[in-house]
Design a protein around this ligand. Structure first.
Ligand code: UT7
Length: 327
């Protein structure tokens, strides 16, 4: 995992003139602070740092990778893919590279895609990176969005394992009718950013992340349990089999409602939204790293990852963890 060093607390936002309070943000979201990149740092900088750590931790040489798959909604450029920047920087000379756009569900989509390539026998070793620097696209005067997001990256190396180990099942879903529930309107081919379009405050507004928080919240509380149950069912497992629940970190209330729904004790629910806010595609791999470091993740554990976000998209993976950290 990799996070920028600059910490912005809720009180910092208030001090900067935002009409909010620490109490409101903590109560409604669980967020206390977030990390924010400086002007010189782009998504690939965080992604490369996380990728190098993942390779070292896995004991795998970058030259042995078949694919670099980067899940991001905030690539360094509109194109080419940020995965190519990572591929070159880490020296993955024999790997293909592409980006995957599934916003906060990106890491789950990436793990599912990588699993498919490996299970088909087409590839052996794949680096999956989740990175986002959404703070670059925030309107810091919009209290309904700017309090929520932070920057970060997480990476994992996936490789072939024995049957009934590793990724046991995957569920991916999407509902494009929710396109405008959380989106960034300008900068694509529908509304390119150029001197002609960038003329008034309305179009300036379109260059920032926009969200109907209530809509996304209602979508999340419905889709989270449904998707987890579907993924467990595909793996012939039940909620009581879950050793660790690693969900996308958008709001502590969404995390707690899922844990409560499945009777999961809070020490089996990984939380980092309090310290990093919503880091989009990075939140799940960061949570996995922290779970491993704190001794919460063991070889043989049933780990359920679940992500949801813009698109609208959602995804889950049920994993029998194969790695022993000796903690
Ligand atoms: O990764 C996926 C993307 N996003 C999400 O998952 C976000 C999901 N949604 C949420 O987490 C919640 O909907 C929010 C945290 C964004 C908002 O919480 P809420 O309980 O749904 O609040 P609300 O939007 O209904 O706003 C309630 C009130 C409003 O005031 P009035 O109209 O009741 O007078 C807002 O204007 O709170 C006000 N408000 C704030 N007050 C202080 C909104 N933002 C703030 C703020 N500080 N930062």
């Amino acid at each position: 995992m990799s996070l920028p060093p600059n910490v912005i607390t809720n009180d910092d936002l208030k001090k900067n003139g935002l009409e909010t309070t620490n109490e409101w943000i903590v109560q409604r979201t669980g967020i206390r602070e977030r990390r924010v990149t400086d002007a010189e740092t782009a998504s690939s900088d965080l992604a490369i740092a996380a990728s190098l750590q993942a390779l070292e931790d896995a004991g795998i040489d970058a030259k042995d990778l078949d694919l670099v798959l980067c899940a991001t909604a905030t690539g360094d450029y509109v194109w080419p893919a940020t995965a190519c920047i990572i591929q070159q920087a880490i020296g993955a000379t024999k790997a293909g590279a592409f980006d995957l756009s599934a916003a906060c569900s990106g890491f789950c989509y990436g793990v599912s895609t990588a699993t498919g390539f490996i299970q088909s026998g087409m590839m052996d070793k794949i680096l999956v990176v989740g990175v986002d620097t959404l703070t670059k696209h925030l309107d810091w005067k919009d209290r309904s969005t700017c309090i929520l997001f932070g920057d970060g990256a997480g990476a994992a190396v996936l490789s072939a394992c024995a049957p009934n180990e590793g990724v046991l099942s995957s569920v991916l879903g999407a509902d494009g009718s929710g396109l405008k529930s959380v989106w960034l309107p300008a900068g694509g081919t529908r509304t390119p950013i150029n001197a002609e379009t960038f003329t008034d405050s309305a179009s300036e507004h379109d260059t920032h992340l926009q969200m109907n928080g209530r809509e996304v919240y209602e979508f999340a509380v419905k889709i989270v349990p449904q998707t987890i149950l579907e993924a467990l069912d595909k793996a012939c497992l039940r909620p009581s089999d879950i050793d660790l629940l690693v969900m996308h970190q958008a709001n502590i209330r969404i995390l707690h409602s899922a844990a409560e729904r499945f009777g999961i004790a809070l020490d089996r629910l990984v939380v980092n939204v309090d310290r990093y806010g919503n880091t989009s595609a990075a939140s799940i791999p960061i949570a996995l790293r922290e779970a491993a470091d704190s001794g919460k993740l063991h070889k043989g554990d049933i780990v359920v990852t679940m992500g949801f976000g813009a698109g609208l998209t959602w995804g889950a993976n049920v994993i029998r963890w194969t790695r022993d950290y000796g903690i």
